[in-house]
Design a protein around this ligand. Structure first.
Ligand SMILES: [Fe+2]
Length: 431
């Protein structure tokens, strides 16, 4: 699995032609490495409306390069197949009509082979463009090049989570990559205190960030405490065994309705087989490890668990204040585990652990614009801003995120009932 690490190394952003050529090749190649464990049949299935077939992801990220980089910047560029724009536009209304999202799994053509040919065609043109531009032109292309790279990394994570959902629908529980994971223990949770204050939050700097991470602004934060580590499967089992899914007083109204309608009794991918809780992983079905961070819980479940535990979810400002001195390191996709890992230390020693990697941490903050936020002009302005409604912010990245894709200010977002991403729980409380 060393290939995952080698292919996804960080590169110094010196913003030269060579940098972008190498970085483009790395990111594109990593996308395809993630597909190596798949059989051709795996590429096409759409197991629910939120899941896209792997083949669609491969083509969509390619369409993104074609639409936002090649068409405007490479004179005379002709798409390999103009109707691919209809199939592989995701949600950009300003770019015209598009295929219906829940029906992506009904598209058998282009084939997987043709989709890879589409990738090769666009790769050739992007690399040709990059090699032919001068410094001034490169400076103009830098914002869209950088966005394209991070966009493809976002879809790499979605490919992993989507294929997990696809494989989990198979009663034979096929493994994406078999892995032996040893049982382990976990240190006791500690509460770490943070003082009240007016803090700066949001991105500011020369590197890349998504538009929704800014503008940087001040925010007053009350004194608060944050759990030193993530909530584990063992702790979540206690909530379940204490009637967590049968106690309406623990739940938000919409969450309780979901529990009843969907008959939720456990996190997604958990299954009680002959009295034992088993969980589908990308390594196949295995017994729930009590030391691992609980994963694939919705906002509703995270919120209900926190209420049961006498705590609450952190706000995104609290989370960001807390990581000010925490290095960006953890169990990311480069580990090759494709699963959250237990915190294998004797004690957290009064420090925050697992803030990055393993699972995205639900916050209680709605995904809303920061003061002064302005989406970019044109179609690319549809990237984030139009989704700032009915979604909650998650922080810190997961075991399916690339290390080079995450930042302290990164705001991921999903609706409150979403479970299929690697989503988990960190508790907070008032002092
Ligand atoms: Fe996309």
């Amino acid at each position: 699995m060393t290939t995952f690490k080698q292919a996804n190394q960080m590169v110094t952003e010196d913003l030269s032609n060579r940098y972008f050529v190498e970085r483009y090749k790395q990111v594109r190649s990593f996308t395809e490495q993630l597909c190596e464990p798949l059989a051709t049949e795996d590429y096409v299935i759409q197991s629910m409306p939120d899941v896209s077939p792997t083949k669609w992801h491969l083509a969509h990220v390619t369409w993104f390069w074609e639409t936002f980089l090649l068409s405007p910047a490479l004179s005379g560029y002709k798409s390999l197949h103009p109707q691919y724009a209809y199939l592989f536009n995701s949600y950009y209304n300003t770019l015209g009509e598009r295929h219906c999202r829940p029906k992506r799994g009904l598209i058998s053509r282009p084939t997987v082979k043709e989709t890879y040919e589409y990738r090769r065609y666009v790769d050739e043109h992007v690399l040709g463009l990059l090699e032919g531009v001068d410094g001034r032109q490169l400076a103009e292309l830098t914002p869209i090049m950088t966005l394209g790279l991070h966009h493809e990394q976002q879809h790499q994570e979605l490919m992993v989570t989507d294929i997990k959902h696809v494989l989990a629908c198979n009663p034979l529980y096929p493994a994406y990559l078999p892995r032996a994971i040893a049982a382990s223990s976990v240190p006791p949770m500690e509460w770490i205190s943070f003082p009240e204050g007016v803090y700066w939050v949001g991105y500011e700097g020369k590197g890349f960030s998504f538009d929704s991470e800014g503008p940087r602004h001040r925010q007053f934060v009350q004194p608060f405490q944050l759990a030193s580590r993530l909530v584990t499967n063992g702790e979540y089992l206690e909530f379940m065994q204490d009637g967590g899914y049968e106690s309406p007083l623990l739940w938000l109204s919409e969450g309780w309705a979901k529990v009843r309608a969907e008959e939720w009794k456990a996190p997604l991918y958990w299954e009680n087989i002959d009295g034992r809780w088993m969980v589908m992983t990308l390594s196949g079905l295995r017994e729930v490890d009590k030391a691992e961070p609980v994963c694939h819980v919705s906002y509703y479940e995270a919120d209900a668990y926190a209420r049961w535990a006498g705590a609450r979810l952190p706000t995104e400002a609290e989370w960001e204040v807390a990581v000010q001195d925490v290095p960006v390191e953890g169990n990311f996709v480069e580990s090759g585990l494709f699963h959250p890992a237990p915190l294998n230390v004797a004690a957290t020693g009064g420090k925050l652990a697992q803030m990055y990697g393993d699972v995205w941490e639900w916050t209680q903050s709605s995904y809303s614009p920061y003061p002064g936020f302005r989406p970019a002009a044109g179609a690319v302005g549809e990237y984030n801003g139009k989704f700032m409604c009915n979604q909650y912010v998650l922080r810190g990245g997961s075991c399916a995120t690339s290390l080079s894709h995450i930042r302290p200010t990164y705001r991921n977002f999903f609706p409150a009932d979403a479970q299929w991403q690697f989503m988990g729980i960190r508790l907070a409380r008032e002092v």
